[in-house]
Design a protein around this ligand. Structure first.
Ligand SMILES: Nc1ncnc2c1ncn2[C@@H]1O[C@H](COP(=O)(O)OP(=O)(O)OP(=O)(O)O)[C@@H](O)[C@H]1O
Ligand SMILES: [Mg+2]
Length: 270
């Protein structure tokens, strides 16, 4: 314990990794995020939980630099995201797995993986413009580590959901950002693939001081794979807990399940 603290004190260049400082975001007629504030330390694995419309995607997009806040400030390693140029500079810091993986389905797998080496915001353009033989072996290595080396030259659309998820992970392996954001990464997967996806995401960050921030609904996955959980509801932070302290009662309140359960007579099943 003393050793690891000493190591952290020497190795960590910035005390606070991610700072969300009084950040608010709205869309016309909608308050998506009320001013919220929290910070994240290197190595944390943070789950964002909350009902539909609570602001999870909005928060992840703000952290990815894909949206700008209406008020407040987002900083990574002491630098304001608003002052960072999109593209490669940001891509070194932050990478995102979207719910549908955001792969270009008409392209071969290899091109989608290699896109991790380029600025990430114009993915289709980047993927089309590249043939970097120098980097090709990195993509092939990543695919081999994930057990799909034989798929490298296949059209991405021909892959199963589970294989596409590994292509998205391979792309992140090449991008190697400090912070990995994942928006409902398991929502369209069966339970076994969901666990595999969480394991792959944790493997990407564990032991390297990288940070994972993922929107997740399953208390089981949150407790097993995350260290901390923030509950969002109508754009406000309802709780911020160690994942181990998450209880059914806390989640039921967040999702309003006690009112929604049919046995309580509030809402009937259609
Ligand atoms: N582009 C947009 N234009 C207008 N309103 C939006 C837009 N994106 C999100 N919203 C609204 O902002 C609020 C927060 O949406 P957000 O997508 O962040 O929620 P979420 O927690 O990710 O929901 P879900 O679980 O359904 O994905 C919602 O009321 C939503 O309707
Ligand atoms: Mg969402």
């Amino acid at each position: 314990m003393a050793d690891s603290r000493h190591h952290a004190a020497v190795a960590a260049p910035a005390a606070t990794h991610v700072v969300v400082k009084d950040v608010a975001k709205g869309y016309p007629g909608v308050r998506a995020l009320a001013p919220i504030a929290f910070s994240v330390q290197p190595g944390e694995r943070l789950a964002l939980a909350g009902p539909s419309g609570s602001g999870k995607t909005t928060l992840l997009y703000l952290l990815a630099g894909l949206l700008q806040p209406d008020a407040g400030q987002l900083c990574i390693d002491g630098r304001d995201l608003a002052e960072m140029r999109p593209g490669r500079e940001l891509a070194r810091l932050v990478g995102m797995v979207h719910q549908q993986y955001d792969l270009v389905s008409s392209l071969p797998v290899l091109h989608n993986v290699l896109a991790g080496r380029l600025g990430q915001w114009s993915l289709a353009g980047s993927a089309l413009s590249l043939i970097w033989p120098r980097e090709r072996h990195l993509a092939e290595e990543a695919l081999a580590r994930l057990g799909i080396a034989d798929k490298a030259s296949q059209r991405t659309s021909r892959l199963s959901g589970g294989e596409q998820q590994r292509v998205a992970i391979a792309r992140l392996m090449l991008q190697s950002p400090r912070i990995i954001l994942a928006d409902e990464p398991v929502s369209s997967l069966d339970p076994a693939l969901a666990e595999e996806m969480m394991r792959l995401l944790v493997d990407l960050v564990e032991g390297s001081g990288k940070t994972l921030i993922a929107s997740l609904h399953s208390p089981y996955l949150i407790k097993k794979y995350c260290t901390r959980v923030i509950g969002l509801r109508q754009g406000e932070m309802q709780f911020d807990l160690p994942a181990a302290d998450l209880t059914e009662a806390v989640l039921d309140r967040l999702y309003d399940l006690d009112r929604r359960r049919p046995e309580n007579g509030a809402i009937r099943q259609e």
